[in-house]
Every structure is written in structure tokens, then in C-alpha cells.
Design a protein around this ligand. Structure first.
Ligand SMILES: C[S@@+](CC[C@H](N)C(=O)[O-])C[C@H]1O[C@@H](n2cnc3c(N)ncnc32)[C@H](O)[C@@H]1O
Length: 360
């Protein structure tokens, strides 16, 4: 991973072969801890488990399956020798597909705000033969894209630009990150764990029930937002809310005892999502990114954005539509593009994805 200010070389790839380790034994029939449960964490170790998970439409832990890859390639149309950026690098799945199109003479700038995965993904792509001259990886918020480009001397503009918003599967699946109501862990939720306040602190500092209600509506569209906000305020006056399971139980308590599994899961998911969006200032980062896109592209350059909920998609749609009306964009996607039933069957995490594109 390079830092455009430091000129640091990327970390070298380790050539030490991994030593074999026995799988941890657990008592009882089923594993309890995350590291025991997800024995597929190391795909080399248990390819049969990986194959079974993939066939069931699930994502093996420690991996992320890129969504709408062919549709993104069709609309970004990356060509041999072109320059582009993937501002949400994650596991590098989309970057891998883009690098395959631009070849050794092309250049891809990959950004991610989360340092935890950045070097691993960079090494993964280097091991596939994508060299340092072709792939530049920088830890940055996509709101800083223009600045990173100017620091790197990428002043000619990009031929294509991709953003795949939200969380990677690795972030969701790691209990230590506190993003998921499914695993117990610290209520953290920071995309950049070294910066800003955790979700626990954010909740403790939230100034009013009304503010929390607004956050839950804007980031989660939850019909129970006001009741959930009131319950969180009541609970935090008793004790600090420090874990994902504490938050989960607070939400569960406001729902009727006979609530359906579907409503329970969607209420939990919406509340966790809305708080995560607030903790990471995701809407303001997205607004700032959307505003700078035209100045990052060269004439004819294309952008594609994958979003996962209405608050994000509304912003993308309005920026593209206003840009088209003002003559900034020459063409925009007439409709939102959704994954096919086949893709969602193969990858359940693709279900909410919405793709829009534009050309300057
Ligand atoms: C859905 S994942 C991207 C997965 C990637 N397309 C792939 O194929 O592996 C979203 C990624 O965006 C990153 N991210 C979220 N907000 C960001 C921001 N404001 N700036 C830069 N990266 C961000 C997350 O850390 C996460 O790794």
C-alpha cells in the first residue's frame, strides 16, 4: 500500500510458505466461537466447505464476492492502456476485473478508507500478477479522491471510475468490527477503526431522541424509528451500550413477542445500518465524492456507482440527473440496474444492489 505523501514502497510479498496448523478443536457438537465456526476462513484448508457455501449463495468468511461485475464492465467499458479508479477497493474483486481489461499498460488507482484489508487485497492482486506500475493502492476516504490524484500527479483525469458503497463481507463478518447484529462484539462500526468515535460512544453522545430518530429514518427508513430511538435513550440512561448484543436486545424488546423472523431481521439490519452511516458520516462523504466526480474524469470518462439502500441511491440519482440537466454529464443510466435472480441466488448479499452510471 503506498502513501502518496511518503513515497513508501508497497509492502513486499512474503515468500515464506504458510505453516500447517491443526484446526482448533471445540467441545460439543457445534462450534461456538467465530474462529471455530468459520473454519472456511482459510480456503486452502477446507475447499469442500467453500464449495458448499458458494453453492448455497453464501460468502465464505474472509472473502467478498463482487456484484454486477459484467454490467459494470459493460458500462465503464475499460480498454487496454486506460487509467481508472476503484474508490472502494475492499477485497479487490471489481479491481481484479478492471485490471483484466486495462492490461499491463493501464493504470488503476484503488482507494479504501479501511486499512485492515488494504494490504491483504493488494498482495492478493499482486500475487495474481498485477504489478505495482499498474495498481496503486492508497488508504483514503473517497471524499479525498481529487486530492489523492493530484498528490500522485494523475492530472490527466480518469477514463473510468467505480464506487461500490457500503461494507465488504469481511467487515460484516468480523465480530471485532461490531457491524453485524448477528455476532456479539464491541459496538464499534468504524470503517476506519483509528479515527473518530465508535458507535458505542456515538450513541452515548447523541444529543436527543429526536436526533437519533432522524438518523434512524434517514439511514434505515424504519417505521419503528421513534420507538427504537426512545428505547436506546432509556437503555443508555441505565448503562453504557457497549456491545452489538446489547443493542440487539434493546431493539428486540420493542417488537411484539410474535414478530416474524423477517421483520425482526429487517428491523435489526436497518437500525445497525443507520447507526453505522451516522458513525462514519457516510452521506457527507458520498455528497463530497459525487460533487467531485466530473472534475476527476477526462472528456468521455465514465462513472459507475453501486449502492445498497435508498438514502445512497437517491443521492446518486439526483447528482447524475442534475449533472445531465446542466450539461455536465452527456449520458446517464435511464434506469437503475439490478442484479438478476441468478446472481442473487448465487450471492444473497447482491439482493439490495442498485447500479447507476454516467458519462461526462
Ligand atoms: C462493498 S465493499 C467493496 C468491495 C469491492 N468492490 C470488492 O469487489 O471487493 C465497500 C468498501 O468500501 C470501503 N469504504 C466505505 N466507505 C468508504 C469511504 N468513504 N472511502 C473509501 N472507502 C470506503 C469499505 O471499507 C469497503 O472495503
Amino acid at each position: 500500500m503506498s502513501n502518496p505523501n511518503s513515497g513508501e514502497p508497497p509492502e513486499p510479498l512474503s515468500d515464506t510458505p504458510p505453516t500447517h496448523q491443526r484446526r482448533v478443536r471445540y467441545s460439543g457438537k457445534n462450534p461456538r466461537r467465530y474462529d471455530q465456526k468459520y473454519k472456511e476462513l482459510d480456503p486452502e484448508r477446507d475447499p469442500a466447505t467453500i464449495a458448499k457455501l458458494l453453492a448455497a449463495g453464501k460468502t465464505p468468511a474472509g472473502q467478498h464476492r463482487p456484484i454486477l461485475v459484467q454490467e459494470i464492465l459493460d458500462h465503464l467499458s475499460p480498454q487496454s492502456g486506460q487509467s481508472g479508479a476503484d474508490v472502494t477497493f475492499g477485497y479487490g474483486g471489481h479491481s481484479e476485473a478492471l485490471l483484466g481489461q486495462i492490461g499491463e499498460t493501464g493504470k488503476l488507482l484503488a482507494l479504501d478508507i479501511d486499512a485492515c484489508q488494504l494490504s491483504k487485497s493488494e498482495m492478493r492482486l499482486q500475487a495474481l500478477g498485477h504489478k505495482e506500475q499498474t495498481l496503486t493502492v492508497v488508504k483514503s476516504n473517497y471524499a479525498g479522491l481529487k486530492k489523492v490524484m493530484s498528490q500522485l500527479g494523475w492530472t490527466d483525469g480518469l477514463d473510468f471510475l467505480l464506487a461500490d458503497l457500503g461494507l465488504s463481507s469481511m467487515q460484516i463478518d468480523d465480530p471485532d468490527r461490531g457491524f453485524s447484529y448477528k455476532h456479539d462484539g464491541p459496538l464499534d462500526m468504524r470503517m476506519n477503526p483509528n479515527r473518530g468515535a465508535s458507535a458505542s460512544v456515538w450513541i452515548a453522545r447523541c444529543s436527543s431522541v429526536e436526533k437519533l430518530t432522524r438518523v434512524l429514518i434517514e439511514g434505515g427508513d424504519d417505521p419503528n424509528a421513534a420507538r427504537i430511538a426512545a428505547a436506546i435513550f432509556a437503555a443508555r440512561s441505565q448503562e453504557p451500550i457497549e456491545t452489538t448484543m446489547q443493542l440487539r436486545r434493546i431493539i428486540e424488546r420493542i417488537l411484539p413477542a410474535n414478530v416474524s423472523d423477517k421483520t425482526l431481521k429487517s428491523t435489526l439490519a436497518r437500525t445497525f445500518q443507520a447507526i453505522r452511516i451516522a458513525v462514519n458520516n457516510e452521506f457527507s462523504a458520498l455528497d463530497s465524492f459525487l460533487a467531485q466526480i466530473p472534475s476527476c474524469l477526462r472528456p468521455g470518462g465514465r462513472v459507475a456507482i453501486l449502492s445498497f439502500h435508498s438514502g445512497e441511491d437517491r443521492r446518486v440519482k439526483h447528482y447524475f440527473r442534475d449533472g445531465f440537466r446542466n450539461g455536465i454529464y452527456q449520458e446517464i443510466s435511464p434506469d437503475v440496474i439490478r442484479p438478476t435472480a441468478k446472481e442473487t441466488g448465487q450471492n444473497s448479499r447482491a439482493a439490495a444492489a442498485k447500479l447507476r452510471w454516467a458519462r461526462v
